[in-house]
Design a protein around this ligand. Sequence first.
Ligand SMILES: *Cc1c(COP(=O)(O)O)cnc(C)c1O
Length: 370
Amino acid sequence: MNHSFHIPVRGTLRNLAPYSPGKPIWELQNELGLSNVVKLASNENPLGPSPKALEAIALSLSDLHRYPDAGTVRLRQALAARHMMAPEQFIVSNGGDELITLIAETFLEPGDEVIVCSPSFSEYEFGAHLMGATVVSVPLDPSFQFVSEAIVEAVTARTRWICLCSPNNPTGTYLSRDALHRLLDALPEHVLVLLDAAYSQFATASDYTDGLEFVRAGYPVIVLQTFSKLYGLAGLRVGYGTAHEALIRQIVKVKEPFNVNALAQIAATAALQDEEHVRLTLEANQEGKRQLYHAFQKMGLSYTESMGNFMLVEIGAEANRIYEALLARGIIVRYGGIWNLPRHLRISVGNREENAGLIRALADILACGK
Ligand SMILES: *Cc1c(COP(=O)(O)O)cnc(C)c1O
């Protein structure tokens, strides 16, 4: 029997664009019948997960019949010790992505305004639209730098939330400490700032800030960080926010009790102590960036110096075709079209062999024009 039905959905769902993730390895393997696929599309850690996290997970598997700690107490204590702050200033989430949604659910009413910079990470717009808020987009300048004056000018009485990503995904550019300081001082009291510092540990510029100093100084800033990138735990889904406890207390109200699974909590707590894995990851990233920059220079391609573990490369009018040609050779990167950058590719820094494979394929495709 075929029943007909008409279930109305919330109007704001019309505004929700599906997230476009990097193509998964298995999908390309199935499509091409290739066994060797290289993924440089989601800024994952090419060294793999923290070995200490894996050990900790192995030791805790037999406790999986227990619910996880709803308050993520151990992990918050470890984070508090690491950042020399109070555990009450942290909230742990099911990936940094969930934190963005939780912030939206806590602070946004329909019709409120959310300022995002563009191009940037798409999840801020998702959170805004989910709550029926209006997205106000402020472009980066032509060299992908933040334009603080334009951000301040975009603020109205309805502005609730400003989302800043530094280092910015997908451009790799960042907001300097001074620029953030001036921006925060210029904002009215009713505006919350998200500083998305998902890539903070990769940043090497001396005037970079992960924003925590402004949390400590009492500004209404929430800093987002994640275990997905540096610690190599993207598949487990753990991220966290750091802010004044009065803000955290409100956000905790909308979170589901068991939002962070038990293995994720245990792995993240162990990964935080895995100094060797962090050191190797940062070294490999620096080396990988040099390797890629050098190759792009030789190919005459311009790129943006990145403070992250990825880089934006200007390929030109053929960028989409070249993205497809790389896919056909089993190499997955991101086409810039999703950020309105149709001439660009975003390429995650891989390990030495992965980078070399990308460089060979790209040089080949550019040379023979196919
Ligand atoms: C990866 C990323 C996050 C968080 O990712 P999760 O895997 O959900 O922790 C947040 N912001 C930006 C800009 C990112 O690139």
